[in-house]
Design a protein around this ligand. Structure first.
Ligand SMILES: Cc1ncc(C[n+]2csc(CCOP(=O)(O)OP(=O)(O)O)c2C)c(N)n1
Length: 588
């Protein structure tokens, strides 16, 4: 039956339909829904790993044991998994192994804009680049076949638009999972230098064979139309090319690594003007130029940063201005803010007041860096809060500066890669205050399960890792609990942690109100008592607003949005805020 589904859902369906046995991933936009959909489909085993390295290594194990395996992650996740990937390429696979990676051109929801095609080149593995949901589905089958035929892991790359846009998928006949033998093969799977040297030669030979395959596979196709303009492209850029230049001839690369040199040469020879259209890095263009082929337009006109669309193409290729409607002007800015009654709000209200240096991390709490909190001063990658704070404290000590940094990290990020930093801090005699916002979910990516939630990806009860014993086991003696809904208590606890010598860990255990659907009575403002001082607005809650202009403006609470955490009430010196009695937020 035909379906209209996203690229992520299509990959999940392909995994289910084409003999998938084992899948492991770590959430990250825009890849997250893939594994959630595998879980929803239900027929195939899948799980969340605590980080991408573990996810890929588990999938490697699945493949060695004979089951077609999948590992899913966002682009930056491959950095975490790269150690495994760069040697996996030597061992090769037993059953087919696909690493699905989702890039985020335009950085809709990411800390950088890296182009994963670099990893395919770097790791010398084949990469497929679907241009719509149907291709995403079919490329799972092709991916498993290539992986098994060439004894290689394969990268299946999407970008945000391919992952999230919905399109038609016509499912194909299912291939039943067949679990192969679990064979001991030391020279293949034990990458000691002597075996590795042999394997490296094989990897180079494999790449040549893959190049030959790329020449003939229908995954790379030439669509000859008008020969005045020829465009080489792949993935979502193919859609933009077709929209902007429906009459142009196109070489569509479904396989974005390795490239089919002869096919490219033939195509270039058959068109008058050659254009290479690719988002982000000039991966194709550099290789095509290195083949000695003249590229008329590439990154000399097209952007290296952000997404491409049909308008950008038209402007770059022949300077024609797009005739699309311009966006409505004058709309109010809506910067992202913490959810009403999120436990992170109280923490940042106090950190903002104390003006300490906050070494931040990646999660919902990163919003603490934005106005009006302005209370996070570095954010690099997942887990960096603790290790960076450690380095800061060491240099502060050398410089004779008496200031202790604060690291803020969430539970999922702590499990992902914060634990090793904390262990290092304990081991190396560090001196930072670490605040773990243990809201028992991976909030930022939509509330996924993790080793602390007590549930698996399927919602089945699971072993729940307790934070306090874990932190103590890593070598930290000073561990205390924190309740960020209580501002006075939070301020006192942070001051104590900053004054105490050595590493100090505070753990806030308030659960994510969205994930756990927590509802509290809403607040209201007693108008006579409100002086309009706006102290409560410092907590940056979207439930708070001002009364209509004209008279002296006072604060009002939207009861449909307020979730009664009471943090704003604690900011009010005039006792103007109260819970609405009996209100159980029935509107929500
Ligand atoms: C290497 C890497 N993998 C995945 C992500 C996507 N991501 C951003 S924040 C985050 C986890 C947030 O969870 P947590 O630390 O518990 O904080 P919360 O959002 O719940 O406050 C994830 C998975 C990323 N940015 N980098």
């Amino acid at each position: 039956m035909k379906k209209i589904i996203s690229g992520n859902e299509a990959i999940a369906l392909g995994f289910r339909d084409f003999g998938g046995v084992f899948a492991s991933g770590y959430p990250g936009t825009p890849s997250t829904e893939t594994l959630e959909e595998v879980a929803r489909l239900g027929d195939v085993y899948c799980e969340w790993a605590p980080n991408e390295k573990v996810a890929l290594e588990s999938a490697i194990g699945g493949s060695i044991a004979g089951g077609r395996s999948l590992s899913t992650m966002k682009h930056v996740g491959v950095n975490v998994a790269a150690d495994a990937l760069l040697t996996l390429t030597y061992t090769g696979v037993n059953a087919g192994l696909i690493l699905m990676v989702s890039d985020d051109p335009g950085m809709h929801s990411s800390q950088n804009e890296q182009d994963s095609r670099n990893y395919a080149k770097f790791a010398k593995v084949p990469m497929l680049d679907p241009a719509d949901s149907q291709e995403a589905y079919e490329m799972v089958r092709a991916g498993f076949e290539i992986s098994e035929q060439f004894d290689t892991p394969l990268m299946l790359r999407t970008t945000t638009r391919i992952s999230h846009a919905k399109g038609l998928v016509i499912p194909q006949e299912k291939i039943a999972p067949q679990i192969g033998e679990w064979v001991k093969d030391v020279p293949k799977y034990v990458m000691l230098p002597n075996f590795g040297k042999i394997k490296h030669v094989e990897v180079e030979e494999r790449l040549l064979k893959l190049q030959e395959y790329a020449e003939t596979t229908p995954l790379n196709r030439i669509e000859m139309r008008d020969s005045d303009l020829g465009i080489i492209t792949s993935g979502v850029s193919y859609q933009h090319v077709r929209e902007a230049y429906p009459n142009a001839s196109v070489l569509k690369l479904g396989m974005s690594h390795p490239l089919p040199e002869n096919k490219i040469r033939d195509f270039a020879g058959s068109v008058k003007r050659l254009v290479v259209v690719e988002e982000m890095d000039a991966i194709f263009e550099e290789q095509i130029r290195a083949m000695g082929i003249k590229v008329d337009i590439g990154k000399n006109k097209l952007p290296l940063c952000g997404e491409i669309n049909a308008d950008i193409l038209r402007v770059a290729l022949d300077g024609t201005k797009a005739e699309t409607a311009s966006p409505v002007e004058g709309l109010p800015q809506r910067p992202p803010v913490f959810c009403p009654s999120c436990a992170h709000r109280g923490l940042f209200t106090i950190l903002s007041k104390l003006k300490t240096f906050v070494s931040g991390d990646i999660g919902c709490y990163t919003l603490g860096a934005l106005p009006p909190m302005n209370a996070m001063h570095s954010v690099i990658d997942m887990g960096a809060s603790i290790s960076a704070a450690h380095g800061m404290a060491k240099v502060n000590a050398i410089a004779g500066r008496d200031e202790k940094p604060v690291a803020v990290i969430g539970d999922s990020t702590f499990f992902h890669s914060g634990m090793t930093g904390l262990m290092s801090m304990a081991y190396n005699g560090g001196n930072a205050l670490v605040i773990i916002m243990d809201n028992r979910t991976t909030g930022m990516t939509g509330g996924q399960e993790n080793p602390g939630t007590g549930e698996t990806l399927q919602g089945v009860p699971a072993r729940q890792v307790e934070m306090v014993p874990l932190v103590k086991a890593l070598g930290i003696d000073n561990v205390a609990e924190l309740n960020t809904y209580d501002l006075k208590e939070t301020e006192a606890a942070i001051k104590k942690g900053l004054e105490a010598p050595g590493p100090y860990v505070l753990i806030d255990k308030n659960p994510c109100i969205l994930r756990y659907k927590i509802r509290k009575p809403a607040m209201s403002v007693e108008e006579e008592k409100c002086t309009g001082c706006r102290a409560c607005l410092k907590v940056a809650c979207m439930a708070l607003g001002l009364t209509a202009s004209g008279e002296k403006q006072k604060v009002r609470v939207d009861p449909n949005v307020c979730n009664g955490c009471g943090v704003c009430k604690q900011m009010c010196k005039f006792d103007a805020m109260h819970e609405i009695e009996g209100d159980n937020n029935a509107n929500l």
